[in-house]
Design a protein around this ligand. Structure first.
Ligand code: NAP
Length: 277
């Protein structure tokens, strides 16, 4: 293997330890509320992990499980009651929401000052004008992983495959804010390989297992694999790891790369919101 592995699990552990240190200076306990609608098993598992993370850094956490048939209005009212609670500093509404509920309308109602996911339009708007405050968890985790390489982001050509508001679009903006030259690719991009071969930093957020093959990667590139695809009961990334690791300079594994960093950034955002930063 020629590429250096970017170990997200280890970096996340270090970040949790830094958070515990910062907590010693606080006179109160940061609190995170997670809202789950219905009982989707994958969501239940993700929430359990988030609760465990909160325990590791001694945050208060609570899960609000609401019935799948709840109306959008009632869900919004619930979010608004959390907005008012002084012991809750971060609010996260677990996606996906049941059909018939407009997720944007719900995220709109999380006050930007408690938006632990950084997905409220106010926080995304601040990102757009390079006034980064609370930023979306997965993109922020990706930036930390790229910084772990020790390579400068400024002046590099970054190619983001995917333009979702959750990952692709904000990570491209965060790279642009750090003076990378950014290309966005998506399902309508003509000749994707020509684009990816130019990437010093390649972020794959496609949702298609082993979509990125070695021939698509520039030798020495930083390759960030965001994808989590469930294949035969295991998590597989968007990058064909075994062959791409032979050509990339740095690469994230799946699992153990972006996933743990996303969760660490949720803690970091909650702390940031708690101390009003
Ligand atoms: P998404 O909303 O489905 O977006 C996928 C993006 O990929 C879209 O922009 C789509 O283009 C593009 N795309 C699809 N097929 C393509 C193709 N053949 N060529 C080029 N682009 C193509 O997914 P997402 O929410 O951004 O998530 C992406 C992946 O990351 C998923 O596997 C998800 O599970 C994973 N994820 C992981 C974490 C983590 O913590 N590790 C967090 C969030 C998401 P169009 O816009 O044209 O449709």
């Amino acid at each position: 293997m020629s590429a250096e592995l970017l170990n997200g699990s280890r970096l996340a552990k270090r970040i949790r330890s830094q958070i515990r240190q910062k907590l010693k200076k606080l006179t109160f306990t940061p609190g995170l509320a997670v809202v789950q609608v219905g009982d989707d098993p994958a969501s239940t598992l993700y929430i359990k992990h988030k609760q465990r993370d909160c325990e590791k850094v001694h945050f208060h956490s609570e899960v609000h499980r609401l019935p799948v048939e709840i109306s959008q209005d009632s869900l919004i009212k619930h979010v608004e009651t959390l907005n008012e609670r002084s012991d809750i500093h971060g609010i996260l509404v677990q996606m996906p929401l049941p059909e018939g509920i407009d997720k944007e309308a719900v995220i709109d109602k999380i006050t930007p000052h408690k938006d632990a996911d950084g997905l409220n339009p106010v926080n995304l708007g601040n990102l757009l004008i390079n006034r980064e405050g609370v930023t979306p968890c997965t993109p922020t985790g990706i930036i930390h992983l790229i910084e772990l390489t020790g390579e400068k982001i400024e002046g590099k050509h970054a190619v983001c495959i995917g333009r979702s508001p959750l990952v692709g679009k904000p990570v491209g903006l965060m790279l642009l804010n750090r003076n990378a030259t950014v290309t966005y690719c998506h399902s309508r991009t003509a000749d994707l390989t020509t684009q990816t071969q130019e990437a010093d930093i390649l972020v794959a957020a496609v949702g298609r297992s082993e979509f990125i093959t070695a021939d698509m990667v520039k030798p020495g590139a930083v390759v960030i694999d965001v994808g989590i695809n469930h294949v035969d009961g295991r998590a597989v990334g968007d990058v064909k790891f075994e062959e791409v690791k032979e050509i990339a300079g740095f690469i994230t594994p799946v699992p153990g790369g972006v996933g743990p960093m996303t969760r660490a950034m949720l803690l970091e955002n909650t702390l940031k919101l708690a101390i009003g930063g």
